[in-house]
Design a protein around this ligand. Structure first.
Ligand code: TRP
Length: 382
């Protein structure tokens, strides 16, 4: 099954993952899920979609039952939005130990300075520092750093970490796991010999590193076993948060895919409009409307968009009424998906994931068998 011929006959593998942050918001839908579903339905690829729960541990040690329920909710959103276990392999990263094994093996051939150059490291450090349960003791305020008290129920600090902290707080909060983030991501992809990887532009540097690692592996072990993974960037409108900033659960400025009509309205109600339109009778300007009109442009039909613009600019419609209509537009847009969400019990979701895990495991085992052979790791019969 190698060589040019089979390449053109066999569908290429496509791999992508998402961290289990809990119920997903409409930004995830527009930026990721909608695209995954289209790729799946194009029937041009062998699709592998997974929940990257190990990756979520790089910045956030989960509290009690949180991780499992977050995984279930993310999977429920996947299914409701149209991912189909009969068309795609849908699984959970932590169910595939081969990914961790490949991560370890690839770490042996990945230069440290490649990992250190990752431009998202700072964001990981910041996110970890802001998480409730601290991963490193030095994540607390500098004045507390020698006393190791407060919420520090984790392991003691790294020896001499304090010295680094004094000059560079961020550096001492950098874990080995954070540095390994893109190596783990590479393992996610290469375990399934992923050729295409649909991701946002923010993942560009990670994908570049995945290609470098794949090439280095192929070079060192004189093989062409691993493909050079190629990003498929999604061109999507970014939905702003209700406050005009980046939409994020942690800013409470998001609208969940799963929100009820009432919850959607409460979020829309908060949106900032044209701040120069003081009185109801003042004509507005949709270009100055900070949030709602940007949503109309994404979710409404063209006639509705035009009518909204006209009625705003002639003061025929007030901002409150406009927001009420917008909530309806959004609720309509997500109506079917929200109904579909109700169809799956937790038990059904878990069993769908278990089936996906099994399919993924058998592929992963094949890959690792070959990798061990190439790296001349003895084949131990257990
Ligand atoms: N790092 C990705 C993100 O934050 C998630 C991810 C983990 C991923 N492993 C992956 C994406 C493998 C694509 C392929 O969005």
């Amino acid at each position: 099954m190698s060589g040019q011929m089979s390449q053109s006959l066999v569908k290429q593998n496509l791999v992508s993952g998402m961290r289990p942050t809990g119920k997903l918001h409409i930004g995830h839908y527009l930026g990721v899920l909608r695209n995954w579903v289209q790729l799946q339905n194009s029937e041009k690829y062998n699709c592998f979609f997974f929940i990257a729960d190990w990756h979520s541990l790089t910045t956030k040690i989960s509290e009690e039952t949180e991780l499992e329920s977050n995984i279930i909710e993310v999977a429920r959103d996947f299914l409701a939005c149209g991912l189909d276990p009969n068309k795609s392999t849908i699984y959970v990263q932590s169910a595939i130990p081969e990914i961790a094994e490949l991560h370890l093996l690839l770490s042996m051939i990945t230069p440290n300075n490649w990992a250190e150059r990752d431009p998202t490291l700072k964001d990981l450090v910041r996110a970890a520092a802001n998480s409730k349960k601290k991963i490193l003791v030095d994540s607390v305020a500098p004045s507390d750093q020698n006393e190791h008290k407060g919420s520090l129920d984790m392991a003691p600090p790294v020896k001499e970490a304090g010295e680094v902290t004094k000059t560079d707080g961020e550096k001492s909060n950098l874990t080995y796991g954070m540095l390994g983030y893109p190596v783990l991501q590479t393992s996610d992809i290469l375990t399934f010999r992923g050729y295409f990887v649909p991701v946002g532009k923010d993942q560009e540097a990670h994908l570049e590193m995945s290609r470098d690692i794949a090439n280095r592996f192929n070079y060192l072990f004189e093989t062409d076993f691993f493909p050079e993974p190629k990003p498929l960037f999604t061109e999507t409108p970014t939905v702003k948060g209700t406050d005009g900033g980046k939409m994020s659960k942690s800013f409470n400025n998001d609208i969940k895919i799963s929100a009820t009509e009432e919850e959607t309205w409460l979020q829309v109600k908060k949106m900032i409009t044209d701040t120069q339109r003081i009185k109801r009778t003042d004509p507005g300007d949709t270009d100055r409307c900070l949030v709602p009109f940007t949503y109309y442009k994404i979710f409404a039909e063209p006639e509705v968009i035009n009518k909204t613009k006209l009625e705003c600019e002639t003061a025929l419609r007030g901002c409150m009424d406009c927001k009420k209509l917008l909530a309806e537009v959004i609720n309509n847009y997500f109506k079917e998906i929200r109904e579909k969400r109700q169809l799956f019990s937790d038990a059904e979701i878990l069993s769908i994931l278990e089936e996906g895990n099994l399919k993924a495991q058998s592929k992963a085992k094949e890959t690792l068998k070959k990798v061990r052979e190439l790296m001349q790791i003895p084949d131990w019969k257990s």
